[in-house]
Design a protein around this ligand. Sequence first.
Ligand SMILES: [Zn+2]
Length: 366
Amino acid sequence: MDNFMDNQNNENNESNSNSAFQPASFSTQPQEAAQPAPAPSPFQPQPSAGNAFQPQPQAQAFVPKGAARPSGKNPPFTPQEIASFKHKAEGPIYATMVIINILIVVVAVVCSILAFFDIGPLTGQSGEFINKYVLGIEAEASANAEILVILIFLPIVLIAAVYFYYAQYRANAIRITEKNFPEIYEVVQEYAYRLGMKKVPNVYLAQENGVLNAFSTFILRRQYVVLLADLFEVAYLEHHDLESIKFIIGHEMSHIRLRHATFSYQISIMFANYIPILSTALSRAREYSCDRVAQHLVGVSGVEPMLALIVGKHLYKKVDVEDYVKHCHEVRGFFVFIYNLMASHPIMPKRIQALLKDHGSGRLFF
Ligand SMILES: [Zn+2]
């Protein structure tokens, strides 16, 4: 599952959304793009006239070259364009992890076969070691039945788990359709077209007790996106901030387009994912890649959704972006480095600084 943030935050804490918001749209007035299409939904955004604290106008945010034009139909990206949006370290780290993963699988299979047949040096203590640390069972090397059962049933259990997970959202969420949030449905259709996706992913809206997040994930051959309703409802109803919602959707759909949220990708690095520094570095590179694709999809910097993750869904529109960025360099030092090193998502100062620069490769480590 590729979500927007690594930490699950509640509304009093930090938030997990994958979207980037354009600081230029600091307005409480409904924007043209945020006007919902005529729909029977009773939840039409209303101008937030009761808000005593009008946000300050911000400087025009950075928008990458070649990003979406605000009006008119944008053509699909070419595969070369999409490749150019990716973080430059993503491919090499992924390739390294795939190789490590293959090595782990080969070693595990060979050891398991040797242990299964009680062959050579892998019987006795070494066999026990394989059982315990490779196969995860407390047994002697000759516990052949357990080894066989695990090898056969592990894939079945994994597949069942992803379908069970999907069932939760089908059971407890609303799918965005032509009738339910039609303007969001249009965005999903448009982005699927521009990303050259063969199937338009289902997008679900669900609430999870104030958690601010969004994520894309998969069942065997299909991907879907879940937007958690908390940030969505405030961005939609209070701020009329369709651009932030679009950025979040764009980011999540990019995880699908770049194949991060696919069964084959996850399987290809399944065991290597347990290697701490490498796996988190790859994850951070993926986030930078998807932020960059989303910028080009939406045509905004993507900073505002990040601010929502820091200060929450109500306050993000009040943050002075220039001032925040001016102080980003103060967030440094050994422990900040370690924290970033272990985080699945780039720390916010790095992520926001990357969003404000015209290149796809944010700082992974320093
Ligand atoms: Zn993400």
